[in-house]
Ligand binder design. Structure first.
Ligand code: 3PG
Length: 424
């Protein structure tokens, strides 16, 4: 059965690929998103839920007799979570229950030789795709189909399967370059996400409250612009650096240290865009108090007299946000409210996740640290909770945007599965 998108367009699944072309004995490039929170010092994976999610797709391809070449990124060059995929490969092996090899190369001769001789039923994880500089360039599928990255690997494979829902908002070679050249399909994670989210996000789900924290401020601002333009959000509750940006945009004092920190991160340059959103009527709340660090001492400081370094939202903010969430029909949470790696600044995020799930609304949690918190609170199996593998991709999808990764698969389907276009 093909995967049906909310606009009724159809994407081929692994079943369609097998039926139309036959998977047994063929070589498949499988793009997953194993990008996980890692400990900044040890570089060990802290939360392996994304890797675990992809294990079933890997196992299924192996069981259907394919040789599977796994691609994923981890972090961004220069960031503390930018690291190799060796540990990811062994975690994948444990969850998939099939033997998984790793090579510390992506497109070089060593990787290409191993791929060319990969036997059916075997899995090879290549190293972090972002070790290749082309992979961090955003460009069209046509251009990326001609990239050295894609040109080196595509001739070695028969098919391309994209299971990386969480990276579908990036127009990068490993996401959009292969579908134009190879018959392509969605993997099981991508399929589950697209089907669940398309069903769930309906007109009846109003009011829709988005709780946005974390450090990816550029991304979150772009997402808010889409959400607002597409009238896809009724209330926004901010935390983390996102909150600090909007406080500056509202003219609220966040204390000298925090303002300087935002400046070094290039975030103050975003203030005019944030202000424009507020002027256009985006209903957005900012915290009323914070947990801060003043000379090594943890304090709760109300907005208006912040002296310390902001580390988490404070108890009054939690109370205010909890009340707003009680009115919601749908709550989307993305990004932690504080520096959750430090147990002293985890409480805000824990309280928001708990309040959201207990509000009775349908809750979608997008990616990373909040997944860990939901599991820690024993909420993971709740029927009103969808834990998505996506972060930015999830929010852009909910904003009604067509994601480049999905667009490339649709384009590929027109070329390699014309029968699907006819059966809509
Ligand atoms: C994510 O975690 O949102 C995806 O893995 C994409 O990562 P990126 O924001 O570094 O492109």
């Amino acid at each position: 059965m093909p995967c049906r998108l909310r606009n009724s367009q159809l994407l081929p699944t692994i079943d369609d690929l097998d039926e139309a072309y036959g998977i047994k004995g063929r070589r498949v490039i499988l793009r997953v998103d194993m990008n996980s929170p890692v400990d900044p010092k040890t570089k060990r994976v802290i939360d392996d839920s994304r890797i675990r999610a992809h294990a079933s797709t890997v196992r299924e391809l192996v069981e259907r007799g394919a040789a599977v070449v796994v691609l994923s990124h981890q972090g961004r060059p220069g960031d503390s979570d930018f690291t190799t995929l060796r540990e990811h490969a062994s975690i994948l092996e444990r969850y998939a229950g099939v033997s998984v090899d790793f090579i510390d190369d992506v497109i070089g001769p060593a990787a290409r030789e191993r791929i060319a001789s990969l036997e059916p039923g075997r899995v090879l994880v290549l190293d972090n795709t972002r070790l290749i500089s082309e992979e961090i360039i955003e460009a069209t599928p046509e251009r990326h189909a001609q990239s050295i990255f894609v040109q080196r690997l595509a001739p070695l494979a028969d098919y391309y399967v994209n299971d990386a829902f969480a990276t579908a908002h990036r127009s990068q070679p490993s996401i959009v370059g292969f579908p134009l050249l190879l018959p392509s399909a969605v993997g099981r994670v991508m399929e589950r996400e697209l089907e669940a989210l398309s069903k769930l996000y309906t007109a009846e789900s109003k009011p829709r409250v988005f709780v946005l924290g974390g450090g990816k401020v550029h991304d979150t601002l772009r997402i808010l612009e889409h959400l607002h333009a597409n009238k896809a959000v009724d209330r926004v509750l901010t935390a983390g650096l996102v909150a600090e940006l909007f406080m500056l945009a509202k003219g609220i004092d966040i204390g000298e240290q925090n303002r300087r920190f935002l400046e070094t991160k290039g975030i103050t340059a975003l203030v005019p865009r944030a202000r424009r959103l507020l002027l256009r009527g985006l209903p957005l709340e900012t915290p009323v108090d914070f947990v801060t660090l003043v000379d090594g001492e943890v304090r709760v400081e109300p907005v208006g007299s912040i002296k310390g370094l902001i580390r988490d939202i404070g108890p009054q903010t939690v109370k205010m946000y909890t009340e707003i969430m009680r009115e919601a029909r749908l709550i989307v949470l993305r990004g932690p409210a504080g520096v959750v790696e430090d147990p002293r600044f985890r409480e805000g995020s824990r309280a928001l996740v708990k309040a959201a799930v207990e509000s009775g609304a349908y809750v979608i949690i997008g990616g990373g640290h909040l997944n860990v918190i939901a599991a820690e609170l024993g909420l993971a199996g709740r029927p009103n909770l969808h834990i998505s593998t996506g972060g930015g991709a999830l929010l852009l999808f909910l904003a009604g945007e067509e994601l480049p990764g999905i667009r490339a698969l649709l384009e590929s389907a027109r070329k390699f599965f014309p029968q699907l276009a006819d059966s809509r």
